[in-house]
Ligand binder design. Structure first.
Ligand code: XMP
Ligand code: MG
Length: 197
C-alpha cells in the first residue's frame, strides 16, 4: 500500500506554532460562564447577541451552557467590521444588525465577542445598543482579553481568559478568514502570515 506520509498534504493544524488554550480548557471555562450568565440573568430574559464572525463558536457553546436557561432568552447576531490595515483596528467600525433594531428596546443584552483588543469595536457596539437601540442594559462577554493592547477604557463583564499579546487563531478566530474551524486557540507560525501582511 502507498504510504500517505509520502504525499505532503498540509492541514490547518500544521500552521500552528503552539496551542494556547486547548479544547477542554475552553469548554470548561465557557461552561462556567454560561452557568454564571444563567444565574445572573435568571429573571431578565436576556438577548444574547454574538458578534460575527469570530464569536460564532463561543456563542453556541455559551448558550448551550446557560443552564437552567432563563425564560425569554433569545439569540441573535450583529456584524461588526473595523476598517483597518493588517491586524490593526482603525476605530472606524461598521455595524450591521441581523435583527430589527426596534426589538432591542428595553432588552437586557449580553454581547458575546471572541476577543477584546483595542476595545474600539465593543465600545462602538455598546454605545449603539444603548443610545440608538435603547437596550435596558448591555453586558459584555469576551472569551479572550488582550488587555495590554487596549486603546480605550473598556472592561468586559465576563472574561474567559487573559490573552498574551500574540495574534491568535482558532475557535472562531481567523487569519484571513482561515483557522476559525480549529477547536482550540493557538498561535500561528510566523511563516504563515508574514507573506500576507
Ligand atoms: P478591537 O481592537 O476593536 O478589535 O478590540 C477586536 C477585533 O479584532 C480582531 N482581533 C483578532 N482576531 N486574532 C484574531 O483572529 C487576534 O489575535 C485578534 N486580535 C484582535 C477580532 O476580530 C476582534 O473582534
Ligand atoms: Mg471579531
Amino acid at each position: 500500500l502507498p504510504t500517505r506520509a509520502a504525499t505532503a498534504v498540509r492541514h490547518l493544524s500544521d500552521d500552528i506554532a503552539y496551542v494556547l488554550f486547548p479544547e477542554q480548557q475552553i469548554h470548561a471555562r465557557v461552561q462556567q460562564l454560561g452557568r454564571q450568565l444563567a444565574h445572573d440573568y435568571a429573571d431578565r430574559a436576556p438577548l444574547v447577541l454574538g458578534v460575527l464572525t469570530g464569536a460564532f463558536q463561543v456563542c453556541g457553546d455559551l448558550v448551550r451552557s446557560m443552564d437552567p436557561c432563563p425564560r425569554g432568552t433569545t439569540v441573535n447576531f450583529v456584524r461588526a467590521s473595523s476598517y483597518g490595515s493588517g491586524t490593526e483596528s482603525s476605530g472606524k467600525v461598521a455595524i450591521k444588525m441581523d435583527m430589527d433594531s426596534k426589538l432591542i428596546k428595553g432588552r437586557h443584552v449580553v454581547l458575546v465577542e471572541d476577543i477584546v483588543d483595542t476595545g474600539m469595536t465593543l465600545t462602538r457596539l455598546k454605545a449603539h445598543l444603548t443610545e440608538n437601540c435603547e437596550a435596558a442594559s448591555v453586558a459584555i462577554v469576551a472569551l479572550l482579553d488582550k488587555r495590554e493592547r487596549r486603546k480605550v477604557e473598556l472592561e468586559a463583564d465576563y472574561v474567559g481568559f487573559q490573552c498574551p499579546n500574540e495574534f491568535v487563531v482558532g475557535y472562531g478566530l481567523d487569519f484571513d478568514e482561515e483557522y476559525r474551524t480549529l477547536p482550540y486557540i493557538g498561535v500561528l507560525k510566523p511563516e504563515c502570515y508574514a507573506h500576507k501582511l
